[in-house]
Design a protein around this ligand. Structure first.
Ligand SMILES: [Zn+2]
Length: 282
């Protein structure tokens, strides 16, 4: 059995999943606000409550908002700031008495969709979360690509390509830069411009998303790009964005598919559970 934990800003969700990807139990608890020690404790209590039995200990994977620094081993890039600079992996392993695998929540999303979701069967999957923020993750042959700096797929803080007209002046980002893709493609940015019901707002959004994803296609050339997060429920994106990205992809033909998530909000916990390996092969 595999336990997957999704550590979010408002709730901590956990599931028990079998080798076939069937969910056996699901529980959620509120995230202790701004309290690191209490957060570790809450995860430990949640795992204890989920544990299928004392005879066999489940593997535990945890999706976090952020990444583990390759230099310090501590959490970095987390928007839940009480986690930043903390030895979360060591503290969780001590609390749970077993090795724990941690990954960025966008990587968990990409892994879940690659293994048995919208990217199933594809070798290279780029998963994108278009939510409160914009995150991305890369999965190759069923495994998360972490990268030399543990930031592979962090495309939301690349600059928006070819900014012009309404894109200017470049928007300031919380990360300290200006013109980050996240500042144009996050859910609140779309809402601010009128939301998905506004033809002009959604058309601008599609053009920006197409330019930003064309850069991903040129660099990574994924088989499929899977969208998650609130904005991914806007159905017209899946027809319009691939039509628009052709102008920016350096190829005579673009075979990359743009697909809607299959597991929705559940991809966070499902991907965390899959951090210990996908289902057994045929
Ligand atoms: Zn930024």
């Amino acid at each position: 059995m595999r336990i997957g934990i999704d550590l979010g800003g408002t709730k901590i969700e956990g599931i028990v999943m079998d080798d076939a990807g069937r969910e056996r139990v699901r529980r959620r608890v509120p995230t202790p606000k701004g309290d690191y020690r209490a957060t570790v404790e809450a995860i430990a209590l949640l795992v204890a409550a989920l544990e299928p039995g004392s005879a066999s200990r489940a593997t535990v994977g945890v999706g976090i908002p952020g990444a583990i620094s390759r230099v310090s081993g501590l959490v970095k890039n987390a928007n839940s700031t009480c986690l930043i600079g903390q030895p979360l992996q060591g503290d969780l392993e001590a609390a749970l008495g077993r090795p724990v695998r941690l990954a960025n929540d966008a990587n968990c999303f990409a892994l879940s969709e690659a293994i048995d979701g919208a990217g199933r069967g594809a070798r290279v999957v780029f998963g994108v979360i278009l939510g409160t923020g914009v995150g991305g993750g890369i999965v190759v042959d069923g495994r998360v690509l972490e990268g030399a700096n543990a930031i592979a797929g962090e495309w939301g803080h690349n600059p928006l390509p070819l900014p012009s007209g309404d894109d200017l002046p470049l928007r300031p980002c919380y990360c300290g830069r200006a013109g980050c893709i996240e500042t144009y493609l996050c859910g609140p940015a779309l809402e601010h411009e009128g939301g998905a019901a506004s033809e002009s707002a959604i058309a601008r959004y599609e053009a920006r998303l197409a330019r930003a994803l064309a850069g991903v296609v040129n660099l990574l050339d994924p088989d499929v790009i899977v969208l998650g997060g609130g904005v991914s429920n806007v159905d017209r994106l899946y027809a319009n964005v691939p039509r628009l990205w052709r102008a920016h992809v350096f190829s005579d033909h673009v075979a990359t598919r743009l697909a809607k998530h299959a597991h929705g909000d559940s991809s966070g916990v499902r991907g965390a559970a899959w951090l210990w390996g996908g289902p057994p092969g045929p």
